[in-house]
Design a protein around this ligand. Structure first.
Ligand code: FAD
Length: 249
């Protein structure tokens, strides 16, 4: 069975030469063909690559940006894929420090980079409305991809927790991402009660849930849904980041 790049990366330091070699084999060169600075912390970035021509892609898939010659990777969610040109677009949030944030903040037109994917991350095949999509700034791209490709966008309810309300509302509006609720984080996490209450209000007994973004928030909401007898089959979850841990994938 072929070894996945993730399992290769999880190998011990002794495997680093091997890891490096595998990463290099799978990496594909890409070029930045457009950037739009949407706000202080959000950028829309177009990447062109021969590797994106005729590739398979569905909403929920990820691409990985490779740094340090393939030793470090950060994941982003394509919001569209133009297979004819070989182009994808990501909606990226630079939260602070880290190779991903720094690249998103500083990248310029015509810069080269290395990518892996697109590859499966959240398997959303067969998702039928109504659906609740929960996430944060890192999930705006996922919501955009789902809304653009939804058979019935009205059956999609996006609920977000965010750091800066006005910035997020402005970005969502510019991107045409419809949100049922955008709730500002509070340091004591008490806002998660409001998030849960909103989700319980918009859901019914057919709703499926796509939970992404910050890992502890996903766990909190999943627990609340399970207490209301939402079965695992109706829950699709993927942590995009977790506090104090770099490069979650
Ligand atoms: C499948 C998948 C798809 C993703 N899609 C997108 C996307 O489309 N757009 C997007 O912007 N992001 C997306 N992310 C999230 C992004 O990959 C992470 O936020 C990543 O950690 C950023 O890398 P970094 O190098 O800036 O920070 P890292 O080096 O990974 O982390 C440094 C520190 O920052 C913290 N941190 C990481 N992310 C955040 C955050 N958002 N807010 C606050 N602190 C944070 C970490 O806990 C760590 O302490 C996705 C992640 C996954 C796994």
């Amino acid at each position: 069975m072929p070894m996945s790049i993730a399992s290769v990366r999880q190998s011990t330091a002794r495997g680093s030469l091997f890891e490096h070699a595998i990463s290099r084999l799978l990496m594909r060169p890409a070029r930045v063909t457009d950037t739009v600075t949407l706000s202080a912390k959000f950028r829309l970035i177009d990447l062109d690559s021969e590797a994106l021509k005729d590739c398979a892609w569905s909403p929920g898939d990820k691409i990985q940006l490779e740094f340090d010659g393939g030793l470090t990777a950060r994941s982003y969610t394509p919001i569209m894929m133009d297979r004819t040109v070989g182009r994808t677009r990501i909606l990226a949030y630079h939260h602070g420090t880290g190779p991903g944030s720094e690249w998103v903040r500083d990248v310029a037109l015509d810069d080269g980079c290395q990518i892996l994917g697109p590859r499966n991350s959240l398997d959303l095949g067969g998702l039928t409305p109504p659906t609740v999509v929960f996430g944060d700034e890192t999930s705006f791209g996922l919501a955009a991809a789902l809304q653009r490709n939804a058979l019935n966008p009205r059956g999609l309810h996006a609920v977000f927790e965010v750091n800066a309300l006005s910035e997020s509302l402005m970005v969502l509006d510019t991107m045409g991402i419809m949100a049922s609720a955008v709730i500002e984080r509070r340091p004591d996490q008490s806002h998660l009660a409001d998030v849960t209450e909103t989700i319980l209000r918009v859901m019914d007994d057919r709703t499926t849930f796509v939970l992404s973004g910050r890992s502890p928030s996903i766990r909190h909401i999943a627990r609340a849904l399970k207490e209301r007898d939402v079965t695992a089959r109706r829950l699709k979850m993927k942590a995009y980041w977790t506090p104090e841990k770099a490069g979650l994938d």
